[in-house]
Design a protein around this ligand. Sequence first.
Ligand code: DX5
Ligand code: ZN
Length: 216
Amino acid sequence: MPRIVAPSMLSADFGHLDRDTRTVDRSAAEWIHIDVMDGLFVPNISFGFPVLKAIRRASAKCLDVHLMIVEPERYVERFVEAGADVVTFHFEAARDIPACIDLIRRAGARVGISLKPATPVAVLRDILPLVDMVLIMSVEPGFGGQSFMPASLQKVAELRAMIREQGLATLIEVDGGISAANARALYDAGADILVAGSSVFGAADPEQEISHLLHA
Ligand code: DX5
Ligand code: ZN
């Protein structure tokens, strides 16, 4: 399985966005995770198109956009135009999931679908063949710096089994409270991509922390 680390720019220093993006760009992280929050789906507001475009200008890495917004179908095409390579929306937020998937694909990006901690993996049984990636939230979406919910490990293992049963190549990403302390358990449960915000940007040496996450 390919191991990918996706540092979350939510924990970057927005006064030095260009510097922090370039730090990730020269690191071993293959993806850059970008959290978009609307103050409705989650009780917080982060950033939108201009910030995504600025990150796009500063890096050629895969930009992994995590939409925590209601009715994502209204905006997915604009996120692809602004530079997203992967667009992930929440299962709980979309009105018409197949239509949303279609819009992202036709705009030219890869498609991810995300589950909040309380949403069981079983809801994805019929959707799985339509997406490239599933994002399992291991904290309640909305804020960086929360503690990892251990029950997420079981969800990752269940999802890995479902992907195998259906003979698919769907990627599994996990997001929230991830550090070098729990990375190994997540890879072992079947995760491909680990998102890390505070553990990377709170480290004295973010590049070294990324490499610890990758080789946990
Ligand atoms: C939370 C976001 C995460 C967040 C992770 O809603 O989806 O991507 O940035 O931050 P940490 O790694 O600090 O939990
Ligand atoms: Zn995220």
